[in-house]
Design a protein around this ligand. Structure first.
Ligand code: PGA
Length: 252
């Protein structure tokens, strides 16, 4: 039985006071849910304050990125997995399409980021997804399959227990256009088969695969009704605590 994960990606939004206030409001709204894990990902510089204020809550706090290098070094502007661990952060999103498209990150770099998180005993939320033109050419399943091959290179089946996958079609992110539940399920099922090829059946049955791209309170239930959708990575609709809490409460 896979426990769903509902994750908020706050991107480069919110000032420090609103990150902390919204985290506390969310804690009050969702309590300690048992039907799913709740994750919020504020910007790096707000992580410590949010983690401290959420002490005792089951809400997990994630970074939005991490350095490739597991070791300290001359990498100006980077934040390592070790540094995240130091402040009590145990999860990071890697390979988000905005990192890929706006900051030139490729699969090899993303693979190194996953490796460095796992080395520190952390969990990676690994994002994959095709562009609109790749989908229009009918290449979406292959594109996502090769992203998985490249981003998961060198990892073992037991390490896969600390990987959460997030399928985010680039054409659905921040556009208001959601993949239909059928399109999402087709891809999630193909991703699970690919994980079977890479890590074996046990790993593929237990790995969580989230859907991301214009998830809202009014479409979450239908998405969560799909067999291979194990949660959501939510951008825009996570910025208000009330809206995100309604997504967390999808089953009620
Ligand atoms: P969106 O963003 O929900 O605003 O489409 C999702 C994401 O970028 O993770």
């Amino acid at each position: 039985m896979r426990k769903p994960v509902i994750a908020a990606n706050w991107k480069m939004h919110k000032r420090l006071d609103s990150s902390v206030e919204d985290a506390l409001r969310l804690k009050a709204l969702v309590g300690n849910p048992t039907h799913c894990e709740v994750v919020i990902a504020p910007t790096f510089v707000h992580l410590k304050s949010v983690i401290d204020r959420l002490e005792g809550s089951s809400i997990l706090v994630s970074a939005q990125n991490v350095a490739e290098s597991a070791e300290d070094g001359a990498f100006t502007g980077e934040v390592s997995a070790k540094m995240l661990r130091d402040i009590g952060c145990r999860i990071a999103i890697v390979g988000h399409s905005e990192r890929r498209q706006l900051f030139g990150e490729g699969d090899a770099s993303i693979n190194r980021k996953v490796v460095s998180l796992l080395k520190e005993g952390m969990t990676a939320i690994l994002c994959i997804g095709e562009t609109l033109s790749e989908r229009e050419k009918g290449r979406h399943l292959d594109v996502v399959g090769s992203q998985l091959d490249a981003c998961l290179t060198g990892l073992t089946s037991s390490e896969s227990a600390r990987i959460i996958l997030a399928y985010e079609p680039v054409w659905a992110i921040g556009t208001g256009v959601t993949a239909s539940p059928r399109q999402a399920q087709e891809m999630h099922s193909s991703i699970r088969s690919k994980v079977t090829q890479i890590f074996g059946l046990g790993a593929s049955e237990s790995i969580r695969i989230l859907y991301g791209g214009s998830v809202k309170p009014d479409n979450i239930a239908e998405l969560m009704g799909q067999e291979d959708i194990d949660g959501a990575l939510v951008g825009g609709a996570s910025l208000e605590a009330e809206s995100f809490a309604r997504i967390v409460d999808y089953s009620r």
